[in-house]
Design a protein around this ligand. Structure first.
Ligand SMILES: Nc1ncnc2c1ncn2[C@@H]1O[C@H](COP(=O)(O)OP(=O)(O)OP(=O)(O)O)[C@@H](O)[C@H]1O
Length: 220
């Protein structure tokens, strides 16, 4: 039996604005075993992005815990969470994980250096596999939608993270690029990496080992 790599237990997240309170997560529990590819589906507003942000340590749940490889990511000062995140998690989010004033190559290098894992050979391999060698010295604003997604994926995979989290990574891609992104994510699972993708896309559900559905802040 594969070991548990990611364990989220009883996650709650509330958003408050004046008298209004939205329960974006209502007791979400999710476990991912080494090498699992999990899809997260669910209607707009069901809590997928909130869950992904909490799993990545980009957001703090109001209740519950997130552990990756046994290390608690939640309920720590931001600096500690950022350090753990750079080592354990690769993210590919709509908000973007690319730093605008750095080239694609420098973005990959920065992710590796922050995690203390500078690895030029892996950097070159990622650029080649993602057909980004010709665009490695471009800044993100000069890239097409498909190139931006591939660059974001290269950054997410730069540190060989234990968990890769992607929120709608293929939303704006053509079918071929979507397949390439999903194939590369699938390849990562062979070394035991956990891949979790939140998406409305049927291709993601097809690529995943299993898909969980969110509804009103709960996994159904
Ligand atoms: N920063 C915020 N402030 C207030 N409410 C928020 C905030 N972010 C999300 N919400 C609310 O929390 C709920 C869950 O939102 P979330 O973005 O996680 O859903 P989602 O399933 O990712 O939706 P989509 O598929 O449209 O991206 C929604 O009701 C949303 O309006």
């Amino acid at each position: 039996m594969s070991p548990v790599v990611l364990e989220a237990t009883g996650l709650y997240r509330f958003y408050r604005a004046g008298e209004e309170e939205t329960a974006a997560l209502r007791g979400v529990t999710l476990r991912a075993l080494a090498g699992e590819f999990i899809g997260i589906s669910g209607p707009s507003g069901s809590g997928k992005s909130t869950l992904m942000a909490c799993l990545a340590g980009l957001d703090e749940p109001d209740g519950g815990t997130v552990r990756i490889e046994g290390t608690r990511l939640s309920h720590r000062p931001e600096g500690e969470r950022a350090a753990l995140r750079s080592r354990l998690v690769g993210v590919m989010f709509q908000s973007g994980n690319l730093i605008e004033h750095l080239t694609v190559r420098r973005n990959i290098e920065l992710a590796q250096r922050l995690a203390g894992r500078y690895d030029p050979a892996w950097q070159a391999e990622l650029l080649a596999e993602l057909r980004m060698e010709q665009r490695a010295d471009s800044r993100p604003s000069r890239l097409s939608g498909g190139e931006t997604a591939r660059a974001a994926l290269a950054v997410a995979l730069a540190t060989h993270p234990a968990v890769v989290l992607a929120d709608e990574p293929t939303g704006e891609l053509d079918a071929q690029t979507e397949r390439e992104v999903l194939d590369l994510l699938r390849d990562q699972t062979e070394q035991g990496t956990v891949v979790i993708v939140a998406s409305h896309s049927a291709a993601v559900a097809h690529a995943a080992d299993r898909t969980v559905t969110m509804l009103d802040g709960e996994i159904r």
